[in-house]
Design a protein around this ligand. Structure first.
Ligand SMILES: [Fe+2]
Length: 580
C-alpha cells in the first residue's frame, strides 16, 4: 500500500511516501527548485518520492495534504464576518484561491502532472494541519504512549494543539485558536528587530544570549498565560487579526507582511532597520522574547504533563525549531524523554499526513521509528564521477576506510571540508550528509566560515556534532539529540577546548551521532577523535545563502564559488590546491 503526503500552498512545501508502513522518501521542494522555504505545490519533491519508491501516480492508494479547509469552519466564518471588511480584496482572493486548490487536490495533481483524473485511483484526504504535526511526532517515535504538543504560527486556524498518542491513535486534549499564537509573537518581534525573511526567527534565538531579559514584563503583557495550558495575546500589539497581513504562498519563497502594530513599536521605540547596527536594546528584546517563549512553553507542557501523567513527549510545529527552548524542557518540566523528528516544522506535515492515514485512519500497526533524517536523494559513484568530470576537476579516489581518515586529517589540519555523502537530510539541518565540516578547536573557524562561505551575521553560533557515547564528557545534559534540535550547556571545563562551537552563553546546539544512524559520519568523527582526542566536529549546512545542496553538481558549484579547501563526494575527494 502506497501513501503520498504533501504540504502545499504553505511555507516549506514538501512530499513524503510511505509504502506498507515504511518511510521510503521525504524531501522539501526548496532543495529541487532552489527557492528557500519554497511554498506553492511540491511538484519536484513528489516526482522524487515516486521515483524513490519506484512507482507512478497510478500506484498510489492514498494521497493526503496537511490542510483541511473545512476544519473549524464555523469559527473561521464567525471571525471573518467581523473582519472581512478590512481585508483587501486581493488578500481574500489569494486565500480563497489557495483554499480551493487544497480542496480540489485531485484536480491540481491531474493538472500539474498532465494525467486524467480517471488515472488517479487513490483516495484523497484533507488532514488538519496540527493533526498532521502531531502524527509526525508520534507515529514515527519510539514511544508506545506519549504526550504530544504541536506549536507554531498558524495552520487551519489553530496555533497550538496538544494531546496524547497511544498505539495507532491520537486523542486531542486541547488547542489554542487564531489569533493567539506564540509563533506570531516570535515572527512579529523578529520583523521588528530588522530580520524580514521567512524563517529568520532562528537569528533572533541566536542573538538572545547576548542580551538581558529586561523587557520580560512587556512580553508578559503582550502574551499572557491562562488556566488549562491556554495563553492569549494582547491584540493591541498585532496587525494579523485586524487588518490582515499579506502572506504570499505562491511559488518561490514565502513573504509575510508586517505582523506587529504601531502599539508594539511605541512600546519598544523605533524599529531596527535591516542591516543596521545591533543595539543593547535589540539584544535585550531578543533575550526577553526568548525567555517569554520558554515560560509559555513550560506553562503548556506542565499542564499537558499533569493532564496525561506521562513522561515521554513528542514535539512538533515551527516553534519546535527553537532548540534553546527544547534543550530546557527536560530541566523545567517533569518530562523525561523527548522525540522531535528532523522536519518538525511544516515540511514534516507531509510525513505526518502519511502516518495519520496509515495509522489513525487505516488502523495499521506501527513499525517505523525515525532515527535519522536521511530520506532524500542519493547519487551513485558513477553519477558523482560524471559530475566531477563534467566540471573538469581532478580528483582522488579513496577506499571506504581511507576516505574518513583522509577527511579527518584535513579537518584537523584546519581545512574547510565539504562533506557530501549518501541520502540528503529531511528538515532544515544538515546532519552529516550535506555538511561543511571544520575543526571545533580553532576559535577562528567561525570567522573563516563566515568570511569565505556562509556570510552569516557574526552573532550566530555554529553547531557541534559529537559521538553519542561522549556527550556526557562535553555537555551538561545527555539526552540524545540526533536531529540537532536541542541546545545544552557545554561543560565549563570543555568550553576552551571547542571554542568554535561554544556560544557566548556557554551553550551548543549539538547533534549526537551513533554508528547505527549514520555509520560514515560516525566514522569521520571517530577518526578525528583518534587524531586529536576530541570527539567533536563543527557541522554547518552545505550551502551559501541558498537551500542546502542536493546534487553533486550543486555541491561542486558551491565548492568552486566559495573558498572551500576540500570536497568529499562519496569516496572521491577534490582539493582546491590541485584545481587552481
Ligand atoms: Fe505548522
Amino acid at each position: 500500500m502506497n501513501i503520498l503526503g504533501i504540504n502545499a500552498y504553505h511555507g516549506d512545501a514538501a512530499a513524503a511516501i510511505v509504502s506498507n508502513g515504511r518511510l521510503i522518501a521525504a524531501a522539501e521542494e526548496e532543495r529541487f527548485n532552489r527557492f528557500k522555504h519554497s511554498a506553492g505545490f511540491p511538484e519536484q519533491a513528489i516526482r522524487y518520492c515516486l521515483n524513490a519508491a519506484g512507482i507512478g501516480l497510478e500506484d498510489l492508494d492514498h494521497i493526503g495534504i496537511s490542510r483541511d479547509p473545512s476544519a473549524h469552519l464555523h469559527k473561521k466564518i464567525l471571525f471573518a464576518a467581523t473582519r472581512v471588511a478590512r481585508l483587501a480584496t486581493h488578500q481574500i482572493k489569494d486565500r480563497l484561491g489557495n483554499a480551493a486548490k487544497v480542496r480540489d487536490l485531485k484536480d491540481e495533481i491531474a493538472r500539474v502532472f498532465g494525467v486524467s483524473k480517471k488515472q488517479l485511483g487513490a483516495r484523497f484526504h484533507n488532514v488538519e494541519h496540527h493533526r498532521a504535526h502531531l502524527a509526525s511526532c508520534f507515529f514515527v517515535s519510539p514511544f508506545e504512549r506519549a504526550a504530544l504538543l504541536s506549536i507554531d504560527g498558524f495552520g487551519d486556524f489553530i496555533s497550538t494543539m496538544w494531546g496524547v498518542g497511544e498505539g495507532n491513535s491520537i486523542e486531542v486534549l486541547g488547542q489554542v485558536e487564531y489569533p493567539h499564537s506564540t509563533g506570531i509573537v516570535y515572527t512579529a518581534t523578529t520583523q521588528f528587530l530588522g530580520f524580514p525573511h521567512y524563517g529568520d526567527e532562528g537569528k533572533v534565538m541566536g542573538l538572545a544570549p547576548y542580551g538581558e531579559p529586561r523587557f520580560i514584563n512587556e512580553f508578559r503583557r503582550i502574551i499572557r498565560t491562562e488556566e488549562n495550558g491556554q495563553f492569549r495575546l494582547n491584540l493591541d500589539y498585532f496587525r494579523h487579526h485586524a487588518e490582515g497581513v499579506e502572506m504570499s504562498w505562491d511559488e518561490g519563497s514565502p513573504v509575510i507582511g508586517q505582523v506587529y502594530s504601531d502599539a508594539f513599536a511605541q512600546l519598544f521605540g523605533p524599529l531596527r532597520a535591516a542591516g543596521a547596527a545591533l543595539s543593547d536594546r535589540d539584544r535585550d528584546i531578543a533575550a526577553s522574547l526568548q525567555l517569554r517563549l520558554e515560560e509559555i512553553a513550560f506553562h503548556i507542557l506542565t499542564h499537558l504533563q499533569e493532564q496525561t501523567g506521562l513522561t515521554d513527549l513528542g514535539l512538533a510545529g515551527g516553534v519546535a525549531y527553537n532548540s534553546v527552548m527544547n534543550g530546557k524542557i527536560l530541566l523545567n518540566t517533569p518530562f523525561k524523554r523527548l522525540f522531535i523528528q528532523p522536519a518538525a516544522g511544516d515540511s514534516g506535515t507531509a510525513l505526518g499526513v502519511c502516518y495519520h492515514i496509515y495509522n489513525a485512519i487505516l488502523k495499521s500497526e506501527r513499525g517505523e521509528v525515525m532515527t535519522g533524517a536521511y530520506t532524500g536523494p542519493e547519487f551513485s559513484d558513477e553519477e558523482i564521477r560524471s559530475a566531477l568530470q563534467g566540471a573538469a576537476l581532478s580528483f582522488e579516489t579513496h577506499s571506504e576506510e581511507d576516505v574518513t581518515r583522509r577527511a579527518a586529517h584535513d579537518i584537523a589540519a584546519g581545512l574547510v571540508v565539504g562533506w557530501f555523502q549518501g541520502r540528503m537530510e529531511f528538515g532544515p539541518r544538515a546532519l552529516g550528509n550535506r555538511s561543511i565540516v571544520v575543526d571545533p578547536r580553532r576559535a577562528e573557524m567561525k570567522d573563516i566560515l563566515n568570511d569565505r562561505i556562509k556570510k552569516r551575521e557574526p552573532f550566530r553560533p555554529f553547531a557541534p556534532s559529537i559521538l553519542e557515547e561522549r556527550v556526557g564528557d562535553y555537555f551538561e545534559q545527555t539526552h540524545p539529540a540526533p536531529t540537532m534540535l536541542m541546545v545544552y550547556q557545554v561543560r565549563k571545563e570543555r568550553r576552551d577546548e571547542i571554542p568554535a562551537v561554544t556560544h557566548v552563553d556557554g551553550s551548543g546546539r549539538l547533534q549526537t551521532i551513533s554508528r547505527e544512524v549514520n555509520a560514515r559520519y560516525y566514522q569521520l568523527i571517530s577518526d578525528f577523535a583518534a587524531l586529536t582526542g576530541v570527539p567533536v566536529v563543527l557541522n554547518t549546512s552545505f550551502n551559501e545563502n541558498e537551500p542546502i545542496v542536493c546534487t553533486p553538481q550543486q555541491a561542486i558549484e558551491c565548492f568552486l564559488k566559495t573558498k572551500m579547501d576540500a570536497l568529499y563526494l562519496g569516496n572521491y575527494a577534490v582539493r582546491r590546491e590541485l584545481n587552481g
